[in-house]
Design a protein around this ligand. Structure first.
Ligand code: HMG
Ligand code: MG
Length: 326
């Protein structure tokens, strides 16, 4: 299954379709943050700590653990300090947390975070609803946050959300995406994650947006992709992004997630689904799919609902047909 299939008798234009796929891809796991921020059931801190440690045991090497945002805005992550100070940190693993302003940076610093992520949308209205700032105000805030974080020795990642569409404004001009991404890189973020916050992007748009970003001077290794699977296009979009040269994929265990300030958005693409697809194409992620699925089954029980991951549904169905406990 893990062998790269020979093209065989296919149309000449399709022969080299998969030649650009990499040997290895870095998964950036957002389940404990993007996943849990929108759940009706708030997991107790102990369970969050177990989830993060379980993800690392399953082979995840980059994980966003929580958000140092105002708990009145995101009550499900109000225990950010406890989570960040209680997890056992493994060498070689990068732990990150979302930070919206200087107060968040101070919290993250006190919790010993070595990496943070700043975030804003390419749309004015989403920024107003999500962080109570205009795009310009958000960028001004982040210039200070990023400069100070780097002075404290922290690495900073950046998100541009609503890349393919905004829940309030509809289509988002690609130039707005380019401007925000460029501004983030100029202020010193090492990587920009391109968020399809409401899951409306399609493969051609992915190709178009990535091409515009490269034309604007961003490098492939400064970009990551972050798809929500609201309309079922996430895996197709990921394949296009990989063919384009992107090597970092954001995903969430179980397909959890969504932004409370982006109505209609559903979960992130599931880490299990991404890992299954990549393994099948011979692309290494370093993640143990069985361990991840077992963690996802447990998480589904804790949250008291079926999770969106398609791999998980198939896995649970397969185990129950065989009478094997999951
Ligand atoms: P604000 O109300 O404008 O803040 O919120 P403020 O500066 O006016 O302060 C008001 C109060 O909040 C004060 O407390 C501050 O101390 C407190 P009071 O004096 O009233 O008691 N405060 C804080 N408390 C704790 N931690 C902080 C903090 N900052 C201020 N960091 C703010 C502005 C940005 C804080 C607020 O809007 C907020 O927290 N927003 C976060 C919303 C959020 O996390 N949304 C989900 C993110 S997901 C996303 O954006 C998409 C992404 O996943 C990618 C994708 O999917 O595309 C990244
Ligand atoms: Mg998201």
């Amino acid at each position: 299954m893990n062998e790269r299939a020979e093209p065989g008798a296919v149309a000449p234009s399709a022969r080299h379709l998969f030649d650009a796929l990499p040997e290895r891809v870095s998964i950036y796991e957002v389940g404990p943050r993007d996943g849990l921020q929108n759940e009706a059931v708030v997991l107790p801190t102990d369970r969050k700590v177990e989830l993060i440690e379980g993800l690392v045991q399953a082979g995840i090497r980059r994980v966003e653990i929580t958000s140092f945002v105002n708990p009145r805005w995101i009550p499900a992550l109000a225990d950010h300090m406890e989570v960040a100070t209680r997890i056992r940190r493994e060498p070689g693993v990068r732990y990150s947390a979302l930070v919206p302003n200087m107060r968040g940076l101070d919290g993250a610093s006190r919790a010993g975070m070595e990496e943070i992520a700043v975030f804003l949308a390419a749309s004015q209205t989403h920024n107003r609803k999500n962080i109570n700032k205009s795009t310009e105000e958000a960028l001004a805030t982040y210039r200070r946050v990023v400069t100070e974080a780097r002075a404290r020795g922290m690495a900073v990642r950046g998100y541009v959300s609503c890349v393919y569409g905004c829940p309030y404004e509809g289509p988002v001009p690609v130039e707005s995406v380019v401007d925000v991404a460029r501004a983030l890189v100029d202020m010193g973020v090492y990587e920009v994650s391109l968020g399809d916050t409401i899951g409306v992007g399609t493969p051609r748009q992915v190709q178009f947006v990535l091409a515009r970003l490269l034309e604007a001077g961003l490098a492939l290794d400064q970009l990551a992709v972050h798809f929500h699977d609201t309309r079922g296009t996430a895996l197709a979009n990921i394949v296009v992004a990989l063919q384009f040269g992107i090597r970092t994929i954001d995903s969430a265990i179980g397909g959890l997630g969504g932004c409370p300030y982006a109505p209609g958005a559903s979960g992130n693409v599931a880490t299990e689904d991404v890992v299954f697809m990549l393994q099948g194409m011979g692309v290494d992620t370093g993640v143990d799919l069985d361990a991840l699925a077992a963690l996802s089954v447990r998480l589904s029980g804790l949250l008291g609902r079926e999770l969106p991951s398609k791999y998980l549904k198939a896995h649970v169905g397969h185990c129950s047909r065989l009478g094997v406990p999951v």
